[in-house]
Design a binder for this molecule. Structure first.
Ligand code: 3PY
Ligand code: MG
Length: 343
Protein backbone atom coordinates (compact mmCIF):
# COMPACT_ATOMS: atom_id res chain seq x y z
CA UNK A 1 0.00 0.00 0.00
CA UNK A 2 1.20 3.51 -0.77
CA UNK A 3 2.72 5.12 2.34
CA UNK A 4 1.05 8.16 3.83
CA UNK A 5 3.44 10.86 4.97
CA UNK A 6 2.06 13.16 7.65
CA UNK A 7 3.05 16.64 8.72
CA UNK A 8 4.39 15.28 12.02
CA UNK A 9 6.64 12.80 10.25
CA UNK A 10 8.02 15.62 8.11
CA UNK A 11 8.73 17.62 11.25
CA UNK A 12 10.56 14.59 12.69
CA UNK A 13 12.78 14.38 9.59
CA UNK A 14 13.39 18.11 9.81
CA UNK A 15 14.42 17.85 13.49
CA UNK A 16 16.97 15.20 12.49
CA UNK A 17 18.35 17.60 9.88
CA UNK A 18 17.10 15.49 6.96
CA UNK A 19 15.97 17.74 4.12
CA UNK A 20 15.70 15.07 1.41
CA UNK A 21 13.41 12.33 2.64
CA UNK A 22 14.26 8.95 1.12
CA UNK A 23 11.21 6.92 -0.02
CA UNK A 24 10.71 3.77 -2.04
CA UNK A 25 7.80 5.33 -3.89
CA UNK A 26 6.03 8.68 -3.87
CA UNK A 27 3.93 8.79 -0.66
CA UNK A 28 0.45 10.16 -0.29
CA UNK A 29 0.53 13.42 1.63
CA UNK A 30 -2.07 15.39 3.46
CA UNK A 31 -2.35 18.98 2.33
CA UNK A 32 -0.85 20.10 5.64
CA UNK A 33 2.09 17.74 5.07
CA UNK A 34 2.65 19.04 1.56
CA UNK A 35 2.52 22.59 2.79
CA UNK A 36 5.03 21.84 5.57
CA UNK A 37 7.38 20.13 3.13
CA UNK A 38 7.37 23.22 0.97
CA UNK A 39 7.60 25.61 3.89
CA UNK A 40 10.71 23.88 5.19
CA UNK A 41 12.26 23.64 1.73
CA UNK A 42 12.37 19.83 1.95
CA UNK A 43 11.70 17.25 -0.73
CA UNK A 44 11.07 13.56 -1.28
CA UNK A 45 13.85 11.56 -2.96
CA UNK A 46 12.81 8.23 -4.45
CA UNK A 47 15.11 5.22 -4.03
CA UNK A 48 15.74 4.96 -7.78
CA UNK A 49 16.55 8.68 -8.13
CA UNK A 50 20.08 9.99 -7.73
CA UNK A 51 20.48 12.43 -4.81
CA UNK A 52 20.14 16.08 -5.75
CA UNK A 53 22.06 19.13 -4.69
CA UNK A 54 21.05 20.38 -1.21
CA UNK A 55 17.80 22.28 -1.19
CA UNK A 56 18.00 25.83 0.01
CA UNK A 57 15.78 27.17 2.77
CA UNK A 58 12.18 28.24 2.04
CA UNK A 59 11.75 30.56 -0.85
CA UNK A 60 10.57 33.82 0.74
CA UNK A 61 13.95 35.44 0.24
CA UNK A 62 14.03 34.53 -3.44
CA UNK A 63 11.77 36.22 -5.91
CA UNK A 64 10.89 33.74 -8.57
CA UNK A 65 12.03 30.60 -6.80
CA UNK A 66 9.74 27.63 -6.72
CA UNK A 67 9.15 25.69 -3.54
CA UNK A 68 7.73 22.21 -3.91
CA UNK A 69 4.40 21.62 -2.26
CA UNK A 70 3.48 25.12 -1.28
CA UNK A 71 1.26 27.36 -3.26
CA UNK A 72 0.50 30.69 -4.75
CA UNK A 73 -2.94 32.11 -5.28
CA UNK A 74 -3.76 31.64 -1.64
CA UNK A 75 -3.34 28.29 0.00
CA UNK A 76 -4.51 25.14 -1.73
CA UNK A 77 -2.04 22.28 -1.87
CA UNK A 78 -3.41 21.08 -5.22
CA UNK A 79 -2.00 24.23 -6.78
CA UNK A 80 1.33 22.41 -7.09
CA UNK A 81 -0.16 20.77 -10.18
CA UNK A 82 -1.77 23.96 -11.40
CA UNK A 83 0.84 26.60 -11.80
CA UNK A 84 3.94 28.22 -10.44
CA UNK A 85 4.21 27.05 -6.87
CA UNK A 86 4.95 29.80 -4.35
CA UNK A 87 5.27 29.97 -0.59
CA UNK A 88 2.28 31.42 1.22
CA UNK A 89 2.39 35.18 0.82
CA UNK A 90 1.85 35.49 4.57
CA UNK A 91 5.17 33.75 5.15
CA UNK A 92 6.89 36.09 2.72
CA UNK A 93 5.33 39.13 4.39
CA UNK A 94 6.41 37.88 7.81
CA UNK A 95 9.88 36.81 6.63
CA UNK A 96 11.29 40.31 6.84
CA UNK A 97 11.93 40.46 3.11
CA UNK A 98 11.68 43.96 1.61
CA UNK A 99 8.88 43.80 -0.91
CA UNK A 100 8.66 45.75 -4.17
CA UNK A 101 5.52 45.95 -6.26
CA UNK A 102 3.74 48.17 -8.72
CA UNK A 103 0.09 49.02 -9.35
CA UNK A 104 -1.67 47.56 -12.37
CA UNK A 105 -4.35 49.77 -13.88
CA UNK A 106 -4.90 48.06 -17.23
CA UNK A 107 -7.93 45.83 -16.94
CA UNK A 108 -6.42 42.89 -18.81
CA UNK A 109 -4.65 39.63 -17.88
CA UNK A 110 -1.99 39.99 -20.58
CA UNK A 111 -0.58 43.15 -19.01
CA UNK A 112 -0.78 41.58 -15.54
CA UNK A 113 1.02 38.45 -16.71
CA UNK A 114 3.70 40.46 -18.49
CA UNK A 115 4.40 42.61 -15.44
CA UNK A 116 4.36 39.41 -13.38
CA UNK A 117 7.57 38.40 -15.15
CA UNK A 118 9.45 41.66 -14.57
CA UNK A 119 10.91 40.89 -11.14
CA UNK A 120 8.44 42.53 -8.77
CA UNK A 121 7.55 40.56 -5.65
CA UNK A 122 3.91 41.42 -6.19
CA UNK A 123 1.63 43.49 -8.35
CA UNK A 124 -1.25 45.42 -6.85
CA UNK A 125 -4.25 45.39 -9.17
CA UNK A 126 -5.90 48.73 -8.52
CA UNK A 127 -9.65 48.48 -8.68
CA UNK A 128 -10.04 51.61 -6.55
CA UNK A 129 -9.02 53.92 -9.40
CA UNK A 130 -9.70 51.77 -12.46
CA UNK A 131 -12.64 49.99 -14.06
CA UNK A 132 -11.63 46.55 -12.85
CA UNK A 133 -14.37 44.50 -11.25
CA UNK A 134 -14.42 40.98 -9.88
CA UNK A 135 -14.79 39.06 -13.18
CA UNK A 136 -11.78 40.84 -14.70
CA UNK A 137 -9.85 40.69 -11.44
CA UNK A 138 -10.19 36.92 -11.37
CA UNK A 139 -8.70 36.61 -14.87
CA UNK A 140 -5.87 38.97 -13.94
CA UNK A 141 -5.09 36.91 -10.83
CA UNK A 142 -5.22 33.71 -12.90
CA UNK A 143 -2.64 35.20 -15.26
CA UNK A 144 -0.15 35.39 -12.37
CA UNK A 145 -0.33 31.66 -11.68
CA UNK A 146 2.59 30.94 -13.99
CA UNK A 147 4.69 33.84 -12.79
CA UNK A 148 6.73 34.10 -9.56
CA UNK A 149 4.77 37.22 -8.57
CA UNK A 150 1.98 37.54 -6.01
CA UNK A 151 -1.31 39.27 -6.75
CA UNK A 152 -2.50 41.93 -4.33
CA UNK A 153 -5.80 43.68 -5.03
CA UNK A 154 -6.73 47.19 -3.96
CA UNK A 155 -10.48 47.02 -3.44
CA UNK A 156 -12.59 50.09 -4.26
CA UNK A 157 -14.87 49.88 -1.24
CA UNK A 158 -14.86 48.47 2.24
CA UNK A 159 -17.76 46.11 1.58
CA UNK A 160 -18.52 42.44 2.10
CA UNK A 161 -18.87 41.97 -1.66
CA UNK A 162 -15.43 43.34 -2.47
CA UNK A 163 -13.45 42.03 0.50
CA UNK A 164 -14.81 38.48 0.55
CA UNK A 165 -15.15 38.44 -3.24
CA UNK A 166 -11.54 39.42 -3.94
CA UNK A 167 -10.23 36.94 -1.38
CA UNK A 168 -12.34 34.14 -2.83
CA UNK A 169 -11.08 34.67 -6.37
CA UNK A 170 -7.56 34.18 -5.05
CA UNK A 171 -6.06 37.57 -4.21
CA UNK A 172 -2.87 36.88 -2.24
CA UNK A 173 -3.46 40.10 -0.31
CA UNK A 174 -5.92 42.97 -0.18
CA UNK A 175 -4.98 46.63 0.07
CA UNK A 176 -7.76 48.54 1.80
CA UNK A 177 -7.87 52.27 1.02
CA UNK A 178 -9.46 55.17 2.87
CA UNK A 179 -9.51 53.65 6.33
CA UNK A 180 -10.59 56.26 8.88
CA UNK A 181 -11.97 54.78 12.06
CA UNK A 182 -11.79 51.86 14.43
CA UNK A 183 -15.24 50.91 13.20
CA UNK A 184 -13.79 50.51 9.68
CA UNK A 185 -11.39 47.93 11.12
CA UNK A 186 -14.21 46.11 12.91
CA UNK A 187 -16.06 45.83 9.57
CA UNK A 188 -12.91 44.82 7.71
CA UNK A 189 -12.24 42.08 10.21
CA UNK A 190 -15.76 40.71 9.97
CA UNK A 191 -15.69 40.66 6.13
CA UNK A 192 -12.20 39.18 5.76
CA UNK A 193 -12.02 36.55 8.50
CA UNK A 194 -13.85 33.26 8.83
CA UNK A 195 -15.92 32.62 11.97
CA UNK A 196 -15.56 32.80 14.85
CA UNK A 197 -13.24 35.79 14.23
CA UNK A 198 -15.40 37.30 11.50
CA UNK A 199 -18.40 36.46 9.39
CA UNK A 200 -16.85 35.61 6.03
CA UNK A 201 -18.83 32.97 4.15
CA UNK A 202 -17.40 29.65 3.04
CA UNK A 203 -17.68 28.54 -0.58
CA UNK A 204 -15.99 26.49 -3.32
CA UNK A 205 -14.19 29.45 -4.83
CA UNK A 206 -10.95 29.67 -6.80
CA UNK A 207 -9.08 30.08 -3.51
CA UNK A 208 -10.09 26.55 -2.59
CA UNK A 209 -9.53 25.10 -6.06
CA UNK A 210 -13.23 25.46 -6.77
CA UNK A 211 -13.96 23.15 -3.87
CA UNK A 212 -11.18 20.54 -4.25
CA UNK A 213 -9.32 21.79 -1.20
CA UNK A 214 -12.14 23.34 0.78
CA UNK A 215 -11.79 20.52 3.33
CA UNK A 216 -8.77 22.38 4.68
CA UNK A 217 -11.13 24.77 6.35
CA UNK A 218 -12.14 21.91 8.63
CA UNK A 219 -8.57 21.05 9.60
CA UNK A 220 -6.95 22.15 12.80
CA UNK A 221 -5.03 25.40 12.66
CA UNK A 222 -5.75 28.98 11.83
CA UNK A 223 -8.40 28.92 9.11
CA UNK A 224 -7.65 32.54 8.34
CA UNK A 225 -4.08 31.75 7.31
CA UNK A 226 -4.83 32.47 3.65
CA UNK A 227 -5.77 36.05 4.36
CA UNK A 228 -3.42 39.00 4.04
CA UNK A 229 -4.85 42.41 4.70
CA UNK A 230 -2.86 45.59 4.18
CA UNK A 231 -4.44 48.71 5.64
CA UNK A 232 -3.88 52.06 3.99
CA UNK A 233 -3.10 55.01 6.22
CA UNK A 234 -3.91 57.97 4.02
CA UNK A 235 -6.45 60.10 5.86
CA UNK A 236 -6.09 62.59 8.68
CA UNK A 237 -8.69 60.58 10.59
CA UNK A 238 -6.54 57.44 10.36
CA UNK A 239 -3.61 59.39 11.83
CA UNK A 240 -5.81 60.68 14.65
CA UNK A 241 -7.20 57.19 15.31
CA UNK A 242 -3.96 55.30 14.81
CA UNK A 243 -3.78 53.83 18.32
CA UNK A 244 -7.28 52.38 18.10
CA UNK A 245 -6.72 51.17 14.53
CA UNK A 246 -3.53 49.35 15.56
CA UNK A 247 -5.20 47.81 18.60
CA UNK A 248 -8.25 46.59 16.68
CA UNK A 249 -6.20 45.14 13.82
CA UNK A 250 -3.49 43.60 16.02
CA UNK A 251 -4.56 39.99 15.50
CA UNK A 252 -5.29 39.95 11.77
CA UNK A 253 -3.09 42.52 10.02
CA UNK A 254 0.68 42.29 9.44
CA UNK A 255 1.24 45.23 7.13
CA UNK A 256 0.17 48.87 6.84
CA UNK A 257 0.69 51.13 3.85
CA UNK A 258 0.91 54.90 3.61
CA UNK A 259 -0.68 56.71 0.67
CA UNK A 260 1.14 60.08 0.52
CA UNK A 261 -1.15 61.35 -2.24
CA UNK A 262 -4.40 61.15 -0.32
CA UNK A 263 -2.72 61.96 2.96
CA UNK A 264 -1.30 65.20 1.56
CA UNK A 265 -4.67 65.97 -0.06
CA UNK A 266 -6.49 65.46 3.23
CA UNK A 267 -3.92 67.63 5.02
CA UNK A 268 -4.48 70.45 2.51
CA UNK A 269 -0.95 70.21 1.06
CA UNK A 270 -1.59 67.99 -1.95
CA UNK A 271 1.52 66.76 -3.72
CA UNK A 272 3.95 68.57 -1.42
CA UNK A 273 5.87 65.40 -0.68
CA UNK A 274 8.78 67.21 1.02
CA UNK A 275 6.53 69.38 3.18
CA UNK A 276 7.77 68.81 6.77
CA UNK A 277 4.19 68.42 8.02
CA UNK A 278 3.66 65.48 5.66
CA UNK A 279 7.11 64.00 6.31
CA UNK A 280 6.63 64.26 10.08
CA UNK A 281 3.21 62.60 9.83
CA UNK A 282 4.66 59.72 7.81
CA UNK A 283 7.50 59.28 10.33
CA UNK A 284 4.98 59.42 13.19
CA UNK A 285 3.00 56.61 11.52
CA UNK A 286 6.19 54.64 11.07
CA UNK A 287 6.99 54.96 14.77
CA UNK A 288 3.47 53.89 15.74
CA UNK A 289 3.32 50.87 13.43
CA UNK A 290 6.81 49.77 14.33
CA UNK A 291 6.06 50.03 18.08
CA UNK A 292 3.06 47.79 17.44
CA UNK A 293 5.32 45.24 15.72
CA UNK A 294 3.78 45.81 12.30
CA UNK A 295 5.43 46.15 8.90
CA UNK A 296 4.95 49.30 6.88
CA UNK A 297 4.86 50.10 3.19
CA UNK A 298 4.55 53.31 1.20
CA UNK A 299 3.85 54.46 -2.33
CA UNK A 300 6.83 55.69 -4.37
CA UNK A 301 6.68 57.62 -7.63
CA UNK A 302 9.78 55.98 -9.10
CA UNK A 303 12.61 53.55 -8.38
CA UNK A 304 14.89 56.17 -6.79
CA UNK A 305 12.11 57.15 -4.38
CA UNK A 306 11.60 53.45 -3.62
CA UNK A 307 15.29 53.05 -2.74
CA UNK A 308 15.04 56.09 -0.46
CA UNK A 309 12.03 54.61 1.38
CA UNK A 310 13.79 51.27 1.80
CA UNK A 311 16.85 53.14 3.14
CA UNK A 312 14.56 54.80 5.69
CA UNK A 313 13.52 51.35 6.92
CA UNK A 314 10.23 50.83 5.09
CA UNK A 315 9.35 47.20 4.41
CA UNK A 316 7.31 47.46 1.24
CA UNK A 317 7.09 49.91 -1.63
CA UNK A 318 4.58 50.11 -4.45
CA UNK A 319 6.40 51.82 -7.28
CA UNK A 320 3.87 53.83 -9.25
CA UNK A 321 1.93 51.85 -11.88
CA UNK A 322 2.66 49.84 -14.99
CA UNK A 323 1.28 52.69 -17.11
CA UNK A 324 3.40 55.33 -15.38
CA UNK A 325 6.53 53.18 -15.77
CA UNK A 326 5.74 52.76 -19.46
CA UNK A 327 5.12 56.50 -19.77
CA UNK A 328 8.44 57.33 -18.11
CA UNK A 329 10.40 54.96 -20.36
CA UNK A 330 8.83 56.33 -23.53
CA UNK A 331 9.07 59.98 -22.57
CA UNK A 332 12.77 59.56 -21.79
CA UNK A 333 13.51 58.19 -25.27
CA UNK A 334 11.05 60.03 -27.49
CA UNK A 335 12.76 63.47 -27.54
CA UNK A 336 16.04 61.86 -28.64
CA UNK A 337 14.28 60.04 -31.45
CA UNK A 338 12.47 63.17 -32.56
CA UNK A 339 15.75 65.14 -32.49
CA UNK A 340 17.52 62.40 -34.49
CA UNK A 341 15.01 62.71 -37.33
CA UNK A 342 15.36 66.47 -37.34
CA UNK A 343 12.11 67.48 -35.68
C1 3PY B 1 -2.00 57.55 -2.23
O1 3PY B 1 -0.88 58.08 -2.33
O2 3PY B 1 -3.02 58.14 -1.87
C2 3PY B 1 -2.14 56.17 -2.58
O3 3PY B 1 -3.19 55.62 -2.39
C3 3PY B 1 -0.96 55.51 -3.18
O4 3PY B 1 -1.17 54.22 -3.38
MG1 MG C 1 -4.82 56.87 -2.02
Amino acid sequence: MQKILTKNEILEYSKKGIRQIPMEEMPLMTDLAREELGRLGMEIVLANESPKAPVSSPAPSQTGSVTPGSTGGGYGGAAIYRGCSKPLFKEVIRSGRKLAGTFIGTPHPVMTEYVGHLGFDFVCIDSEHNAIHLETLQKMLQSLAHTPTYGMVRVPTLSYEMVTGALDIGADALLIPQIRTVDDIVRLKSYSQYPPTGRRGVGPSRLWEYGDSIGKLGEAGDINRTTNIVIQLETVASVENIDGILAESADFVDMFFIGPGDLSMDMGIFGQFSNPRLVDTILYLREKTSAAGKRLGVFAGNFQAAKNWFDKGFDMVIINSELALLGTAVSQEMPGLRAAIGE
